[in-house]
Design a protein around this ligand. Structure first.
Ligand code: FES
Length: 165
């Protein structure tokens, strides 16, 4: 986990966390840890120790409580990653419909291996079934589903992301 000197949680994120906390008894702050980490990651792309410290202070919980959650869940990135996160489903339906080929096409096209990142793209992992088997083969890009993938469709998706669409 990298560290920057310090981090102040932006007011907009503080407001969102405070709103989220209204769902729980006033002395319960831990249920907002995951939510808070999500919001911070959305803004910063990955979690650094200064983020953990700031969120712990904001919620008045122990730093280790925040750190354990950030380190446990694979949805949180603790190392610097590219702007767009891609996960390809390689479970049975997708595998039978060519996910291996899709994955190696992406590796070649993005010039990165699974688990690696460039400045722009993070080819995060091979996923277990993402419950979109009817659209196999499929992948998730920044949590959005893309189904019935072909090489041509991937070219279009990557081009749109490159263009900032
Ligand atoms: S096997 Fe890929 S979405 Fe179900």
């Amino acid at each position: 986990m990298e560290n920057m000197n310090s981090y102040n949680i932006p007011g907009e994120i503080c407001n969102k966390i405070n709103k989220w906390l209204l769902k729980f008894p006033s002395n319960e702050k831990k249920p907002a840890i995951i939510y808070g980490l999500h919001q911070i990651q959305k803004e910063s792309k990955y979690i650094q120790s200064a983020h953990v410290d700031a969120l712990a202070e904001f919620l008045n919980v122990e730093k280790i409580d925040v750190y354990e959650i950030a380190a446990f869940y694979s949805m949180f990135e603790l190392d610097k990653v590219g702007k767009h996160t891609i996960s390809v489903c390689t479970n049975v339906s997708c595998m039978l419909n060519g996910s291996d080929e899709i994955l190696s096409y992406l590796e070649k096209k993005l010039k990165i291996k699974v688990g690696c990142s460039s400045d722009k793209f993070f080819l995060k992992d091979e996923r277990e079934c993402l419950a979109a088997c009817a659209g196999a083969p499929m992948m998730q890009v920044n949590h959005k589903y893309y189904e019935n993938l072909t090489k041509q469709k991937i070219d279009e998706i990557i081009r749109d992301l490159d263009d900032g669409r």
